[in-house]
Design a protein around this ligand. Structure first.
Ligand SMILES: O=C(O)/C=C/C(=O)/C=C/C=C(\O)C(=O)O
Length: 287
């Protein structure tokens, strides 16, 4: 597949996974045919998907010879919906294990954004033999912040949008997502709102899940030392969703981690600083 030929529609795939107590249809995008595979896991905002989070980050990896898989977690986009009563980080990890088995992929590199990063750490703890290198952005573990009151303003805005999915609430959330909101277009807002309204079952189940268990993303701090994979942690200095000191906790706990903090950057480093982020990822994966 050439870099110019791929679109969301042309790379869209479904797989039935049966993994433990999970029996679900998952949606994913599958791009390229390289010997090494990079899986990208999206964040937990309403209307998020692998494509919405990472469309700026696929092409450089494809051109460098990687296969790229964007998994839509259970409860997002075109994947089946679910109510999560326990750890959603572990639920996503279990779903990913099921997908990798269906695709017969033994070992993959993982890039996780926010919830996707929490899920990446859960996957690394549960299935260490299945991972290559890890890239964690704006997440990796739940738990307290020493400096920022929680829930943060961004997480409160996510909750408001899940409960009342209006264009006004979407704009409030997206404006806090990024450091410089001038790059957000009406087309982006509309596409994201369409994604949100297409799956009201996902919205209802997210609210139900958060009521049943407000701590969907557990604190993995005490187990980080078990992860021996090379890890690149990436944060935005102005992240108003997941506080930057979470990144410092990850750096302290993960034995083979390095941290890069982008200036003038919110919760979406892979989108806000896409070119530099892509160069860093390729350099990290190949050295
Ligand atoms: O509550 C947390 O720790 C995690 C929050 C998120 O995963 C938020 C992510 C939002 C996005 O990246 C999105 O595109 O919606």
């Amino acid at each position: 597949m050439t870099a110019t030929a791929f679109t969301e529609a042309s790379t869209s795939r479904f797989a039935r996974i049966k993994e433990g107590d999970l029996d679900l249809q998952l949606h994913y995008n599958d791009v390229g045919e390289g010997a090494e595979t990079v899986v990208m896991l999206h964040g937990s905002g309403p209307g998020a998907s692998g494509w919405a989070n990472f469309h700026r980050n696929i092409e450089p990896l494809l051109n460098a010879g990687y296969r790229v898989i964007l998994m839509d977690c259970p409860g997002w986009s075109k994947s089946d919906t679910i109510v999560s009563e326990g750890s959603r980080s572990n639920l996503n990890a279990q779903a990913l294990k099921g997908l990798l088995d269906v695709l017969e992929l033994d070992r993959v590199h993982l890039i996780g954004n926010s919830m996707g990063a929490h899920s990446t750490v859960a996957f690394a703890l549960e299935y260490p033999e299945r991972i290559g290198k890890l890239i964690l952005m704006g997440g990796g573990t739940g738990g307290p912040s020493a400096f920022v009151p929680q829930p943060t303003e961004g997480i409160k805005l996510i909750g408001a949008l899940y409960r009342e999915p209006t264009i006004e609430n979407l704009k409030k959330m997206m404006n806090v997502f990024v450091f410089d909101a001038s790059g957000l277009t009406d087309e982006m807002f509309q596409t994201r709102l369409d994604n949100i309204l297409a799956r009201r079952d996902h919205l209802e189940n997210f609210v139900k899940s958060s009521t049943l268990n407000p701590k969907q993303f557990p604190d993995f701090s005490h187990r980080l030392h078990e992860i021996t994979a090379d890890t690149l942690i990436v944060w935005g200095r102005e992240d108003r969703f997941v506080p930057m000191d979470t990144g410092l906790r990850l750096l302290a706990g993960l034995p083979k981690a390095q941290l890069h903090v982008f200036n003038r950057c919110g919760h979406w480093a892979q989108w806000e600083h896409a070119e530099k982020f892509n160069r860093m990822v390729l350099d990290f994966l190949t050295h």
